[in-house]
Design a protein around this ligand. Structure first.
Ligand code: GRF
Length: 201
């Protein structure tokens, strides 16, 4: 049975694009809904181009709005791909262990409220860490705290700027997130990925 995936976005949507590319017609998972707290998010245009239904949440803290859309589209799995707000508690409760997030650093370091975008990469560089990476984890009631399912590491290079590091991490995200969704579809629920993560091409 195809796993029906909702992707929540707030911005650009490059991870959504990676998912749409990886989850072709014969894939065991399919993006059936894109949710956003921002009507102007470029990711929504991408969804529309792919003829994926879009739901803009006028009040993203209102769990009943989320749940109505998720039920209407018979969603099995929620993926946060650059979604910046907290998922309402009612949604976390209903979809416990069925919500994934992608974070652009090696959690549990460099996560938590306010750690998004360039701030993450600035903090990594300021710490002197020799490597960074991407993390896929389960979502619970606290930002970036849920069980880690898989990580991809990338080196921090001499002379890196936050932008250069972000670009290197983003490439890793685009491989890791589809791998996590495909593994979830194969298992029927999100699972820990073997390390190092094997990528499907
Ligand atoms: C990614 O770096 C992701 O890890 C973080 O937000 C960014 C979203 O990028 N949560 P995009 O919108 O998928 O291009």
């Amino acid at each position: 049975m195809t796993m029906r995936v909702a992707v929540a976005v707030s911005g650009r949507g490059s991870n959504l694009q990676a998912l749409l590319q990886s989850l072709g017609p014969s894939a065991p998972a399919r993006v059936v809904l894109v949710l956003s707290d921002r009507a102007g998010a470029p990711a929504l245009e991408l969804a529309r181009r792919h003829e994926v239904p879009v739901e803009v949440l006028l009040d993203a803290a209102d769990g009943s709005r989320w749940l109505a859309a998720l039920e209407r589209h018979r969603v099995d799995l929620i993926v946060l791909a650059g979604y910046l707000k907290l998922v309402p508690a009612a949604v976390v409760t209903r979809y416990r262990d069925r919500i994934l997030n992608i974070h652009p650093a090696l959690l549990p370091s460099f996560g938590g409220k306010g750690m998004y975008g360039q701030r993450v990469h600035q903090a990594v560089l300021a710490s002197g860490a020799r490597e960074s990476g991407a993390t896929v984890h389960l979502v619970d009631e606290v930002y970036d705290r849920g069980t880690i399912l898989g990580q991809t590491r990338v080196p921090v290079l001499l002379g890196d700027t936050p932008e250069r590091l972000a670009a290197r991490v983003l490439e890793a995200e685009h491989r890791l997130l589809p791998a996590a969704v495909l593994a979830a579809a194969a298992a029927g629920k999100p699972v820990t990925l073997p390390q190092p993560v094997e990528f499907f091409s």
